[in-house]
Design a protein around this ligand. Structure first.
Ligand SMILES: [Zn+2]
Length: 419
């Protein structure tokens, strides 16, 4: 069988593995959150909080969609016309057109250009966040964060691009197989290394001092069978008013991280409810499942890109003779961008199901639906959420159940357990 035949077979196997993983490991059965309870929850929320959340989301909406559209158009313009391949060539010229320069510098330039066109929208978003009091950082702080994220992406991108095109040179016929394995490996590496290496670039973490809350959280984790080493406080307040908490690390390095904003704004019972939700993610190994599906998806994408390289019209449009040259990178980026936009609703649905399970875990662990509801109301108020967002937008990209869904689930739980 030819490499192409093997690739087709591998793609079928990877997609089948992905489908089975998602079908088996995602909690499709979600706890009940009756619409009647949702509407009652909406009714009980303060009027001005609901209208302010809706106003804020409406203010963000046009720029968000336009940025998405322009990002797509630019990716397509670079990938499906010879523009991108010429840009890669141009960047490689001072280095005598060396493949490594084209691959790494050319590739990074293409990504950067595609990113740069949406930068005005990111800045505009920051003005909206500042106007509504959600962002607390100055333009200086915002710029520093932006530059830091560029540096982090450039380092990861350079390693990925350099590695990818080296493999293509070493194994011209079978690169897709090594590339698929490498992409899967990179996803796993980033998922486990990223929190440890990259979190400290953006936030400072200090251990939470001895307090009844700290004792309560450590005990909660132990009772849940998810022992943690420490409770850390992140200094998120220097850029945002938004509140959050998460559990990161595995086994002996596992720790609870709480935003300082959460400690400042919420009662200890509500902080406990948030942490109980996060412990649910740790207990159900949601990061592991997410990493596994991400790794399978990345591997399948590499093989699919290799096979798309046999579609002559695509190559003609991009002005390249084969998909495995650095000049064809803009074409790869365009295809990946389209795939990302198309798969967003599926990823959002999977995320919402996982979040609903973590909520159910929090309710069962704390047995305190009252604190859970209070926490949801507070979260929605501080983060200026639309408690019951427009249906289409929710289906396309909501990563969490809506506020009214989460409160409805708590009400249903309270009814069930009080019986
Ligand atoms: Zn969660």
């Amino acid at each position: 069988m030819s490499p192409r035949g093997w690739a087709l077979l591998t793609l079928v196997g990877l997609v089948a593995a992905l489908v089975v993983t998602v079908a088996v490991l995602i909690p499709w059965q979600r706890p009940p959150a009756p619409r009647a309870d949702q509407l009652a929850a909406l009714d009980e929320l303060p009027r001005d909080q609901v209208s302010r959340g809706r106003e804020f989301r409406a203010a963000l909406r046009p720029g968000g969609w336009v940025a998405l559209g322009i990002g797509l158009l630019v990716a397509l313009a670079l990938g499906l016309t010879p523009l991108g391949s010429r840009l890669v060539e141009l960047v490689g010229r001072p280095f005598g057109g060396h493949w490594a320069a084209q691959a790494v510098l050319g590739g990074l330039t293409v990504v950067f250009v595609a990113d740069l066109v949406t930068l005005p929208f990111a800045a505009w978003r920051h003005t909206v966040l500042t106007r509504y009091g959600l962002a607390t950082n100055s333009w200086g702080g915002w710029t520093v964060d932006l530059l830091k994220s560029y540096v982090v992406s450039a380092v990861i991108g350079a390693v990925a691009l350099g590695g990818f095109y080296t493999v293509i040179r070493l194994a011209p016929r079978w690169w897709w197989a090594f590339g698929a394995a490498g992409a899967a490996g990179l996803v796993m590496l980033l998922s486990f290394v990223f929190p440890v290496l990259v979190e400290p670039v953006f936030n400072r973490f200090t251990p939470m001092g001895p307090s009844p809350l700290r004792t309560e959280l450590m005990e909660l984790a132990a009772r849940d069978g998810v022992p943690v080493r420490d409770v850390l406080v992140a200094d998120a307040s220097r850029r945002t008013r938004a509140v959050n908490a998460y559990v990161s690390g595995l086994g002996p390095t596992r720790r609870i991280v709480v935003y300082d904003t959460l400690l400042r704004e919420a009662t200890p019972e509500e902080v406990t409810a948030v942490v109980a939700h996060e412990l649910g993610h740790a207990k159900d190994r949601d990061v592991v499942v997410g990493t596994l599906t991400g790794a399978l998806g990345a591997a399948a994408a590499v093989v699919a890109l290799y096979l798309l390289g046999f579609v002559a019209p695509l190559l003609r449009m991009a002005g390249v003779d084969s998909i495995d040259q650095p000049r064809a990178f803009p074409l790869l980026l365009a295809l990946v961008t389209v795939a990302g936009l198309v798969s967003t609703p599926a990823q959002a649905l999977i995320s919402r199901r996982i979040e609903a399970r973590a909520d159910a875990h929090a309710l069962a662990l704390t047995r305190d639906p009252g604190a859970f509801v209070a926490m949801q109301r507070r979260l929605a108020g501080i983060n200026l959420a639309d408690p019951d967002p427009p249906r289409l937008e929710y289906l396309y990209s909501a990563s969490h159940p809506s506020t009214v869904e989460r409160i409805a689930a708590a009400r249903a739980y309270a009814r069930k357990t009080s019986r």
